[in-house]
Design a protein around this ligand. Structure first.
Ligand code: GRF
Length: 208
């Protein structure tokens, strides 16, 4: 087990994703280059054909398809999800494009240890209905001069918890929502690993 200067083992991450998993890939890439002192212990997706599961397998990371539908009841879904997170001794749960609301029972099991990345400058353009392209369409329609990405702690309300880190991007006058999405996504891929590193650093200093 690689221990860096502070002699703590790498931060154990559980990543939840629903889609292509490019944010997951950014985390895996920075771990591989040694830029991020963490370990992805498991990737969980509610979507059996989420490319995030494929990325996990390619990186030799445990990949689990788990959803309320697969569990056949909400109670069994919650219990199974908690079992996986505990089995893997997750120290930080990372929602990286996870399109479901995490059940409060699960949020409560990880107080101050669950983060989400959102492709806008929260608290603007957050909450139910603001996901994916809808976020960027709203920013373009509002003719905002800037947008960006936010990593925040998760509580039981969508896109609502304390902000950990945020990064801004310009919105250009002729931007389409797609152009803006690409610009924000590129920043997300820098921001999420940086936010995890900040969390790990605060843990090292014993403040979390
Ligand atoms: C990202 O834009 C993220 O901010 C949002 O969903 C998207 C996930 O993209 N929550 P990917 O699956 O990480 O490529």
């Amino acid at each position: 087990m690689k221990h860096t200067a502070h002699n703590l083992p790498p931060l154990r991450l559980a990543v939840l994703a629903s889609g292509s998993g490019s944010n997951l890939q950014a985390i895996l890439d920075r771990i591989a280059t040694g830029d991020l002192d963490a370990k992805v212990s498991v990737v969980i997706s509610n979507n059996s054909d989420s490319f995030a599961l494929e990325r996990a397998r390619k990186a030799g990371v445990r990949a689990v398809h788990w959803s309320e539908k697969k569990a056949s009841s909400r109670e069994l879904f919650i219990r199974g999800l908690l079992d996986i997170l505990r089995e893997e001794q997750a120290e930080l749960v990372v929602l990286a494009g996870y399109m479901k609301l995490v059940p409060p029972e699960v949020v409560r099991a990880f107080p101050g240890r669950m983060i989400n990345i959102h492709p806008a400058l929260l608290p603007k353009y957050g909450g139910p209905g603001y996901y994916g392209m809808r976020v960027h369409e709203a920013v373009v329609a509002a003719k905002d001069k800037e947008s960006g990405a936010t990593v925040h702690f998760v509580d039981a309300v969508y896109d609502h918890g304390e902000i950990l880190m945020q990064r801004r991007v310009p919105v250009l006058p002729d931007d389409t929502a797609e152009r803006l999405r690409e610009r924000v996504l590129a920043v997300e891929h820098e921001l999420l690993p940086a936010a995890i590193a900040k969390f790990a650093e605060e843990r090292r200093r014993g403040s979390t």
